[in-house]
Design a protein around this ligand. Structure first.
Ligand code: GRG
Length: 353
């Protein structure tokens, strides 16, 4: 796999991923995770939150999350960038020979830095949803990402406020001037907000529909799907689209990303339902079997483990097809180098937690 992208040269604090070609999915994901870990600290230094709010925020943002959504942003960015960006194949050795084209490369850094903001935004919003979902008034869970939940370690007030402020920061980060980030690009930022805000709202609507469904004896597949399109799928859609927009995706490329995200968003939820009954608490890092305990409407309840597993697989295949299909748009073709996205789908399909 070859995935190339650039980072801001404005500060030594930024992970030096300039024009590196990653040799494996793990290496690429490792670089994205390392960048995100740094950016979380930059954001916390900027936000100057009082204790124990900052401690609760740091606790939940630095746990053992898989970082699926930031990886989606980065993978969509890398795929679209590699097919649209004439500099994407330039290696470190070539940089000196580019001379007057340096401005174009630096302009690119700003695109990459917008994708760093988008990656932060989706993880902040996702983590807020988990913190609130675990509260006693919702699922009342004591374990998340292999460690005690925020309201257990801190208290309910701190956990509630941590969720609140993570949500606020998810939006603020798209336009805040922060060290190590190139000044935000207002045009891209407004497009990101237009993608992000309605999908953040849909996530909460989906949670309400899900809670409503808990009380009902049975649920039709189309109703279950409508819940998860909002609760789980909307943020996944936002992540893929935001990564694409930062890399200058064309309208056709955005449509392909959206279609892919819709398939893999649903696949991810179906798979989550399967893992809940097939994996141990130790592996999951959260209580196994909790769906049944809470009498949740799940794909396993609806169709059984085997059919749910096959369904997840077929949805992942549909996601692959959406970005692999020949898509002609003024001779742009999303299939030019969709390796990062295909590798992401492969990685998601093989997940055990
Ligand atoms: C606004 C309170 C509130 C909730 C919104 C997203 C959500 C609704 C609640 C979170 C709980 C949940 C089971 C959501 C389904 C989506 C899902 C599979 C979440 C787990 O995501 P992973 O596996 O988690 O990416 P990690 O811990 O790896 O980040």
């Amino acid at each position: 796999m070859t995935v190339s992208f650039t980072s801001s040269t404005s500060s030594s604090d930024v992970i030096p991923v300039n024009f590196v070609s990653f040799q494996s999915t793990e290496q690429f994901h490792g670089a994205v995770r390392a960048q995100l870990a740094q950016d979380i600290e930059v954001l916390f230094a900027y936000a100057k939150l009082p204790s124990p709010l900052i401690d609760a925020c740091r606790y939940v943002m630095t746990g053992q999350g898989k970082l699926v959504r930031p990886l989606m942003v980065a993978s969509a960015f890398a795929s679209i960038n590699s097919s649209n960006d004439e500099y994407s194949d330039v290696s470190n050795d070539d940089v000196d020979t580019l001379g007057t084209d340096l401005d174009a490369i630096l302009e690119n850094d700003s695109d990459y830095d917008m994708s760093r903001r988008a990656a932060l935004a989706v993880e902040l919003l996702h983590t807020y949803s988990l913190v609130h979902d675990d509260l006693p008034c919702m699922d009342d869970d004591a374990l998340r990402r292999g460690q005690p939940t925020a309201h257990i370690v801190f208290d309910e007030a701190a956990a509630l406020l941590a969720g609140d402020v993570l949500q606020t920061l998810a939006f603020e980060v798209l336009t805040a001037e922060m060290p190590t980030f190139a000044p935000f690009d207002a045009n891209i930022a407004s497009q990101l907000l237009a993608i992000f805000a309605p999908r953040a709202r849909r996530m909460v609507s989906g949670q309400m529909l899900d809670l409503n469904a808990e009380a009902s004896a049975s649920i039709a597949q189309e109703d279950l799907e409508a819940i998860h399109r909002d609760k789980t799928g909307a943020l996944i859609e936002a992540a893929m689209l935001m990564g694409g927009v930062c890399a200058g995706a064309t309208a056709t490329q955005r449509m392909a990303l959206q279609e892919c995200a819709q398939h893999i968003g649903l696949a991810f939820q179906v798979q989550d339902d399967v893992l809940d009954v097939t994996m141990t608490t130790d592996t999951l890092g959260k209580p196994a079997g909790s769906d049944e305990k809470l009498d949740k409407s799940t794909y396993v309840k609806l169709m059984g483990v085997d059919d749910a597993t096959s369904y997840a697989q077929s949805l992942f295949n549909d996601g692959r097809a959406a970005i692999s299909r020949e898509l002609v748009d003024n001779s742009d073709n999303i299939g030019t180098d969709n390796d990062a996205l295909l590798a992401l789908i492969e990685w998601l399909w093989s997940r055990k937690k």
